[in-house]
Design a protein around this ligand. Structure first.
Ligand code: ZN
Length: 314
């Protein structure tokens, strides 16, 4: 399996030295990944904006924070012995590889030359926004006047710079206007690392059918997010149905945009609530439920591995 998004490094960093990636009480640690059969785990360096920070980090610059997160990522790999992803061959060869990603383009403080530094760190995916406006663009929003805003000039420049460096653009959290600008200006596949179907669950974090089709046309993928808020609908508010909601989302996304667009983007350690699959070691449950629900084995294999591997090779 390949999981396109988790916030475990951010949690480890926020909790100082309480836990490690070797073993912890979070949703992801080394053993849980191995037990779940995860061969590639994306670890996002999530850089929080000033007003969502804990007191300790109030005065730090975004660049300082993302550097601290990167240092923590390196320390955790050294401690745990998990190798860092360099190419897709590592996924086939190693029991487990750690894929470095960025969530929140604010981290580079508008300086696109820092994308080259991140490339040297091994960053493979770069999320343009989290839930706030930044130098690159605007976030997903219930406010249509914000949601329709496209990328800023620097955001458009960032697309070609990411593509030049071999970093995938991540549109999860971006405004709809920003999404369509990525469709317009990108020349390579891009990704939504952790977003579901907006037709089934009308969250602004999810993608409309038109967006899913455009993403598929570009050769990109969307990772199924396990957050209840992005899976449930008015008709299925109960916890007992969360896995069946996942099945509905997977089937709908495949129906609308084909079996090459769906991947896994759990959002583990960034989500809460009543989760039926609440840690990486339990991921095989979803695989089995999808097969039992009639999703073809080939599509399930693509969702859990082949599609993400394909975009990571770009
Ligand atoms: Zn996120």
């Amino acid at each position: 399996m390949i999981d396109l998004h988790c916030d475990t490094i951010y949690r480890l960093w926020e909790d100082d030295d309480k836990f490690s990636l070797i073993s912890n009480s979070y949703m992801i640690d080394k053993q849980k990944l191995i037990d779940g059969g995860v061969k590639g785990q994306c670890f996002a360096l999530f850089t929080p904006m000033y007003d969502v920070r804990i007191e300790r980090d109030r005065d730090k610059t975004p660049w300082q924070i993302v550097n601290e997160l990167y240092d923590r990522f390196c320390l955790e790999l050294e401690r745990s012995g998990i190798p860092q992803f360099e190419s897709v061959d590592d996924l086939d060869k190693n029991e487990l590889s750690a894929i470095l990603t960025i969530e929140e383009g604010f981290s580079i403080e508008g300086d696109l030359s820092r994308l080259s530094i991140m490339k040297d760190w091994g960053v493979k995916i770069f999320g343009f926004t989290w839930n706030f406006e930044n130098d690159l663009g605007y976030p997903n929003s219930k406010d249509p006047s914000l949601m329709t805003l496209g990328l800023k000039g620097k955001g458009i420049e960032a697309i070609s710079e990411c593509e030049r460096l071999g970093i995938l653009v991540d549109v999860s959290h971006l405004s709809d206007g920003g999404f369509w600008d990525v469709v317009k200006y990108s020349k390579k596949p891009f990704v939504a690392t952790h977003s579901n179907s907006r037709f089934l669950t009308p969250s602004t974090r999810n993608l409309t059918d038109e967006m899913l089709k455009a993403l598929a046309d570009k050769g990109g993928v969307t990772g199924l997010n396990f957050c209840p808020a992005f899976l449930k609908s008015e008709n299925t508010p109960n916890r007992a149905s969360l896995i069946s909601d996942m099945v509905r989302h997977v089937k709908h996304i495949i129906n609308v945009a084909g079996e090459d667009v769906i991947a896994l983007g759990t959002d583990f350690d960034g989500i809460s609530g009543d989760l039926e699959i609440a840690s990486a070691d339990r991921l095989p449950i979803l695989k089995n439920v999808l097969l039992d629900a009639g999703v073809p084995a080939k599509s399930v294999d693509k969702m859990f591995y082949d599609n993400a591997r394909r975009v990571l090779s770009c």
